[in-house]
Design a protein around this ligand. Structure first.
Ligand code: HAM
Length: 414
């Protein structure tokens, strides 16, 4: 059997991994400004966690989860998303008992058995945020402001926000809307795609964001959920919009935006960027005020989002690396080794050629690594206990005593 990588998965290294590192580093900075703490949850969870939380009728749970049975026959899923896991962690660790507010972020791989294409993988990476404890729309606003801030930091161009409210579980809100929508969909049933015909009964809201052009066109005339909200949901949505305007956030209302996970209530949003095409969102999120109750826990108002790191990485430019570090050139393995070790101990990134090839070849390697300084240990230097230090930008060379190296490096540090 020839070795090959699993379909829809990829190895990341070299230049490809640089935008990932840059975005993660910037995200950490921004999350610290907004006082979010990191959380790491396991990749494996009980299958039931996602079945109940994300919803049996969703594509994610119904068609896309990687499932396995452990040696005791327990059904486990490789997490397709992070929200259910974080909520599980809050519940099983009793975290809300100790805190009124919880603000978490996470980075990590997620797994969905989707048809692979550009920007869509079976193992992909998310940056996610979950905020627990606040029911008022300033939490919704904070999410969107933080996203905008992050996009500005990573220089992501042409970003647009779409928002909607999908109401709550109160009888006169989403349940009443569902009935209205089902009546409408029954009327156009013959022209809907096969999936949507099934969804009329199982998950009618999902028909609204079906990507099949016929369905999408038909539902343009469907009753709008944002015009069917109960009083409290309507007030929440209006207040959020006035806050967004107050903070000069540009957004568009998309009354057909429902998201592909069942746990949402009230505010939902998605972020698009020109480079990805209309079908691929850079990220999405929303409120999930009802999710704790799905797991029989006390209710906690909650909101969050996740960004597709693979997709963001396609869109951003990584600035060219500045010259940095040191390369030691020489042929005396022991002394080269000692110089390298003392540079590193003193906090300077340092490399050498373990094959100790020709001087010319070692200089070539130093150039390729774009180092700032080359330390040369030639015949004269060996004899005199010295080192020549070549500054690569100016090509200037000075000779120093070997024992003064660290002092010299510290003094010439910028
Ligand atoms: P989601 O919309 O399913 O939401 O995923 C969030 C983002 O992950 C998407 O907008 C997309 O950029 C990226 N993504 C999803 N699937 C793939 C894939 N197969 N390949 C590459 N990127 C992908 C959630 O997962 C929710 N947990 C977000 C959330 C957090 N809501 C509240 N809190």
């Amino acid at each position: 059997m020839g070795l090959k990588i699993v379909k829809g998965m990829r190895d990341l290294q070299g230049e490809e991994i640089e935008p990932f590192q840059l975005i993660e580093a910037k995200a950490r900075e921004i999350f610290a400004l907004y006082n979010f703490q990191e959380i790491r949850t396991p990749i494996l969870e009980q299958t039931e966690l996602f079945a109940r939380g994300v919803g049996e009728e969703t594509d994610i749970v119904g068609k896309e989860m990687y499932l396995l049975e452990d040696r005791r026959g327990q059904s486990l899923a490789m997490r397709p998303e992070g929200t259910a896991s974080v909520v599980r962690s809050v519940i099983t660790n009793n975290l809300m008992q100790q805190n009124k507010l919880l603000r978490y972020f996470y980075f990590g791989p997620m797994f969905r058995f989707e048809r692979p294409q550009k920007g869509r993988y079976r193992q992909f990476y998310q940056i996610g945020v979950e905020y627990f404890g606040v029911s008022t729309p300033d939490a919704d606003l904070e999410m969107i402001l933080m996203l905008k801030h992050l996009f500005r930091e990573i220089n992501l161009q042409k970003v647009s926000f779409q928002i909607n409210s999908i109401g709550c579980q109160a009888e006169e809100c989403r349940p009443a809307y569902k009935v209205k929508l089902q009546e409408f969909l029954q009327g156009v049933k013959e022209d809907l795609c096969e999936n949507c015909i099934r969804r009329i009964d199982t998950n009618p809201l999902r028909v609204l964001d079906c990507k099949v052009p016929k369905c999408s066109q038909l539902t343009n005339d469907a009753p709008r959920i944002d015009e069917s909200l109960c009083g409290d949901c309507d007030e929440h949505y209006k207040e959020l919009q006035s806050l967004l305007k107050e903070h000069k956030v540009e957004y568009s209302v998309n009354s057909k935006l429902v998201r592909g996970l069942d746990y949402y209530s009230r505010t939902v949003f998605e972020v698009y960027s020109d480079g990805l095409g209309a079908q691929n969102a850079a990220g999405g999120g929303g409120r999930f005020d009802g999710l704790f109750q799905v797991y029989d826990a006390d209710p906690v108002p909650s909101i969050g989002f996740a960004l597709g790191l693979d997709r963001l990485a396609m869109l951003i430019d990584v600035p060219e690396k500045k010259e940095q570090g040191i390369f030691v050139v020489g042929h005396d393995r022991t002394i080269v080794g000692k110089i390298v070790a003392s540079c590193r101990e003193a906090g300077f990134s340092c490399m050498y050629d373990p094959f100790l090839s020709s001087m010319k070849s070692q200089f070539r390697q130093a150039n390729r690594l774009k180092v700032k300084k080359v330390l040369i240990l030639g015949g004269d230097e060996l004899k005199n206990n010295t080192l020549s230090v070549k500054d690569m930008a100016s090509s200037q060379q000075t000779t120093i005593n070997r024992e003064d190296l660290v002092q010299h490096l510290n003094e010439s540090k910028e």
